[in-house]
Design a protein around this ligand. Structure first.
Ligand code: DC
Length: 232
């Protein structure tokens, strides 16, 4: 009997390009699991700050990453990340974490640990994962790879709105400067840099609405699913 194959959808792109909201919606429509890989780098950064381990201390930060248990949960529209059983979904999304995360994301020991965890989470397929290196390093075999881009001004406005909804008022110029810095760090690091995979479909989300982005990716996913479906 023919069985529908569950594919892997890898979505990469710079900060606030609309990846997570879109990825979550696409996963919901497909009945797949959404995994936010950035949340894992954020959780490691949070733990380092809590433990007063300097974010640049590669070995010590990697030990924290190795020891911690990360789990994802889903609650209606929200994705929840548990760090050693505690819901840290809010704590990992602050301007302080944004400022401190780059050395953690550039740490090759941390990347090796988190990439392995991500691969395990996706091993049975049926996963939409977003990040920076999902199509290049984590799942180079992903059936569908998307690379999302958007103008920095628009991305910064989206981030400002997000922060405002949480009661944080941050100057737009500051958000732009932080975002450009983080993009540079993400693109320039030697391990798992932000980079479009050769076989990724590029989508510029400037001026696109979330439903439009979701629809584009959902259609591409359905095409891939019908191409790859056979006897398994
Ligand atoms: O997607 P995000 O903004 O939550 O990501 C937070 C940081 O984590 C970002 O600066 C880059 C890093 N990151 C990464 O290096 N690799 C990933 N797969 C996901 C995120």
């Amino acid at each position: 009997m023919g069985k529908i194959r569950k594919i892997i959808v890898a979505i990469d792109g710079p900060a606030a390009s609309g990846k997570s909201t879109t990825a979550r919606e696409v996963a919901k429509k497909l009945g797949y699991t959404y995994i936010d890989s950035g949340a894992m780098y954020r959780a490691v950064t949070l733990r380092a700050l809590q433990e007063k381990v300097p974010v640049e201390a590669q070995q010590q930060v990697a030990e924290l990453a190795q020891k911690m248990e990360l789990k994802f949960g889903w609650n209606n529209a929200r994705t929840i990340i548990y760090m050693d059983g505690e819901d840290v979904s809010e704590k990992i999304r602050t301007p302080l974490i944004d400022q401190k995360i780059s050395p953690v994301a550039a740490n090759p020991l941390v990347r090796r640990i988190l990439v392995r965890k991500q691969q395990q989470l996706g091993r049975v397929g049926g996963v939409v994962m977003d990040g920076r290196d999902i199509g290049t390093v984590v799942f180079p075999q992903a059936e569908l790879k998307i690379f999302m881009i958007a103008r920095v001004q628009e991305r910064a406005l989206r981030r400002q709105k997000e922060l405002e909804q949480k009661g944080m008022k941050v100057d737009l110029e500051k958000i732009i400067a932080d975002m450009e810095y983080r993009d540079q760090q993400d693109a320039g690091r030697s391990h798992g840099p932000l980079k479009k995979a050769d076989d990724a479909v590029e989508i510029d989300t400037t001026g696109l609405t979330i439903p439009e982005q979701v629809d584009r990716i959902y259609r591409l996913a359905m095409e891939k699913i019908s191409e790859t479906t056979g006897l398994v």
